[in-house]
Design a protein. Structure first.
Length: 704
């Protein structure tokens, strides 16, 4: 017999790899195949079994037997009606080139046209466990989430063999994830070429436990401004300057960044002045900060502006009180709300704007309250006529004062929104905004209305207390913006203080002094890495020995070398910094990210770009640290207030490190969203006075 035919009659056993005769018949799957010769005239029966989509029927061989070939691997089987299709079916399940898809491994996804499709994804228990823990961290879920019956039933339905973890295991996994991500961040902070700026603030939880949030701001290798919550650490009392200094210094040493700091932005809490001086002293002992810490302490602009405006609002305190009580009165019952809405309709106003209740300690919320009340002024007047129980109506003169002050405060409100931006703007925006604030206050001081004069005078007094001297380092920041440079600082000082150039001269001196420090650091790093330094020393020693030069002469020559080095530094400084200042400014209306400019020019201005990198990363408010308190309020809510401090820190920090800006929408909503629109309140929530747990802390979160 032909050996080829012998091979055709055999099949390979999937287990043993041997060729065996396949003569088993599975009658239930048998599909008769009539193979009679055309002479007999019999019609071939239609092949209906699913196996034929995987096999090709071959022409009859010399032995007149019907065979079929696997379309995947090419193996040939007998497929005469006497043999049935059982052998073919068994091969389909064991074919080495067959992609076996377990139903439990099929994932449903959406096609581009909206239809549902399935795709294969091998189930990885370790990956599933990691994703489950990430969900807990991402959405501030309790650890008990993994033990919910509904969740367990869902997971078991998806994969019957799944091994579900307990809440204690979930906590352990979170701590492990925190340790891994902490190591990654630590390596990043140590390796980046830029210095690191800090913000810090204190928060009190619903259980009255104190927590300290420490946040790092830096420019990464791609010249993107980054923010990371380093610690959300339990801070037991007392919260004195000494305790805060010791705590933060220890945290900085743990991170290994105590020698890479540039600035620290703090609010105006009484303990902060003492704390920052102590911390600065510790860092100076290790020569860890530039220029003896002259630029280290930066005050939070948002808090200072809040103090300034609150001082001015005292002038219309009675009018503000009446508006506040009027809104409370309207919200007191559903009947009053409906009556006020009727008044709104009768004076032909729209309900879309809505009345807003303020938070007295946040001046910008007070501004929004006044702004909404002015819009509904005629409705309040109509309510006064139609409701005898309404006792908090404002007079015509009071409404006029509120309108004028609201127009005046709009400028300051826009500045505050910029300071409180969640995108953490670069520091070059500080100087123009503070200039706008002072210019607005000084214009109000010469207003013909006496109450505006008095209010502006009180505000300018508070302004001069905190901003009597514009922050020099933040004035330097605007100089490093190619749209402003020195010219804008000169213009600002001249407009505010006349032709006096004392302030301008001081800014210029500090600018060149700071750049001189960066030049010396760069020169020192080049000297330490220069391969010829040791050979030069050996050559000098040989020269001195050979010529027997006196010690006095050697000392004089060393002084000459130092002088020459300083001259070289000054020459490079003049060439690089002066070149930047002498070049034409970019158009002020140019929309640009200032960091992109320095990224593009880093090789043209190597040392100056390093300085710009550090200065522009200074945060002008503590909003970044305070944003952590919102997350803290959700993690430590009334149901989970007993979490251990280290667990709280792991949850909050890991969430920030892994997801960062991707989930910036989970930051506290804007004040416009927090304050209620009475036109949208329904009967179902008329008595709902619930408070968002994110604002239960003793300190305000984001808005000031």
């Amino acid at each position: 017999m032909d050996p080829l035919h012998d091979n055709i009659d055999a099949t390979q056993d999937a287990q043993g790899g041997n060729f065996v005769e396949n003569n088993e018949i599975e009658m239930e799957d048998c599909q008769e195949i009539k193979t009679a010769s055309p002479k007999c005239g019999k019609r071939r029966r239609k092949l209906t079994s699913n196996v034929w989509s995987k096999f090709e029927v071959l022409p009859l061989g010399a032995d007149k037997k019907q065979r079929a070939k696997c379309l995947r691997c090419g193996i040939v089987y007998l497929c005469d009606s006497r043999y049935g299709t059982g052998n073919l079916k068994r091969h389909m399940t064991s074919c080495m080139k067959q992609k076996v898809l377990d139903l439990g491994q099929l994932v449903v996804s959406h096609n581009g046209d909206g239809s549902m499709i399935t795709r294969s994804a091998r189930f990885d228990p370790e990956k599933f466990r990691e994703l489950l823990v990430m969900v807990i961290v991402m959405h501030d879920l309790p650890f008990q989430f993994v033990e919910y019956d509904g969740i367990r039933n869902l997971f078991t339905y998806i994969c019957a063999d799944i091994k579900l973890i307990s809440r204690n295991t979930a906590r352990t996994d979170v701590m492990s994830m925190h340790a891994r991500e902490m190591k990654k961040l630590k390596n990043t902070l140590v390796s980046i070429p830029s210095r690191i700026c800090l913000t810090s603030d204190l928060w009190t939880s619903i259980a009255t436990d104190g927590y300290l949030a420490l946040t790092a701001h830096f420019v990464d290798d791609d010249w993107k401004l980054q923010k990371r919550i380093l610690n959300f650490s339990f801070m037991p009392p007392p919260h004195t300057g000494v305790a805060l200094s010791d705590k933060i210094y220890k945290l900085l040493v743990d991170w290994g960044i105590e020698k890479k700091l540039f600035s620290m932005t703090l609010d105006n809490a009484s303990a902060n002045d003492c704390f920052v001086e102590l911390l600065k002293g510790q860092l100076m002992l290790r020569d860890a900060i530039l220029m003896d810490g002259e630029f280290f302490h930066v005050r939070c602009c948002a808090h200072i502006l809040n103090l300034i405006v609150q001082e001015g609002l005292k002038e219309i305190d009675s009018s503000i009180g009446k508006i506040r009580e009027s809104i409370k009165y309207v919200r007191g019952s559903q009947g009053r709300k409906q009556k006020f809405l009727d008044c709104v309709a009768q004076v032909s106003l729209e309900c879309k704007k809505g009345l807003r209740q303020d938070v007295p300690t946040r001046w910008n919320s007070t501004f929004l309250m006044l702004d909404s009340a002015i819009y509904y002024q005629r409705a309040f007047l109509h309510l006064q006529l139609s409701d005898s129980n309404y006792k908090h109506a404002l007079s015509h003169d009071e409404w006029q004062k509120v309108e004028k002050i609201c127009k005046f405060l709009k400028v300051l409100y826009d500045v505050t929104c910029l300071f409180l931006g969640t995108c953490y703007t670069t520091s070059n925006l500080y100087f123009p905004q503070v200039f706008v604030v002072e210019d607005t206050l000084r214009k109000a001081m010469v207003d013909h209305d006496m109450f505006m004069n008095k209010m502006a005078s009180q505000m300018i007094t508070k302004f001069e207390k905190y901003w009597s001297e514009y922050s020099l380092i933040l004035a330097i920041a605007v100089i490093l913006d190619p749209r402003y440079k020195l010219q804008f600082v000169e213009f600002s000082y001249k407009r505010l203080y006349g032709s006096s150039s004392v302030e301008m001269r001081k800014v210029r001196e500090k600018l060149f002094s700071l750049f001189d420090v960066y030049m010396k650091i760069h020169t020192k790093s080049l000297d330490s890495t220069s391969p010829s330094s040791s050979s030069n020393q050996n050559a000098t020693r040989s020269f001195n020995d050979a010529t027997m030069v006196s010690k006095e002469c050697i000392d004089v020559m060393k002084d000459f070398d130092d002088f020459e080095s300083e001259e070289l530094v000054f020459s490079a400084q003049k060439t690089q910094l002066q070149l930047y200042l002498d070049e034409p400014k970019l158009s002020r209306t140019t929309l640009m990210n200032v960091l992109d400019f320095w990224k593009a020019n880093q090789f043209r201005y190597p040392e100056l770009s390093i300085m710009a990198r550090d200065v522009l990363s200074i945060p002008i408010s503590t909003v970044a640290s305070e944003s952590a308190f919102s997350v803290g309020g959700r993690v430590l809510d009334q149901y989970r207030s007993a979490l251990k401090p280290e667990t709280v820190e792991a949850l909050i920090c890991t969430r920030d490190w892994i997801f960062g800006k991707e989930y910036s929408h989970t930051l506290p909503p804007k004040l416009e969203d927090l304050t209620e629109d009475i036109s949208k309140l329904s009967n179902s929530n008329a008595n709902d006075e619930s408070v968002d747990p994110s604002v239960t802390g003793a300190r305000p979160n984001i808005e000031i």
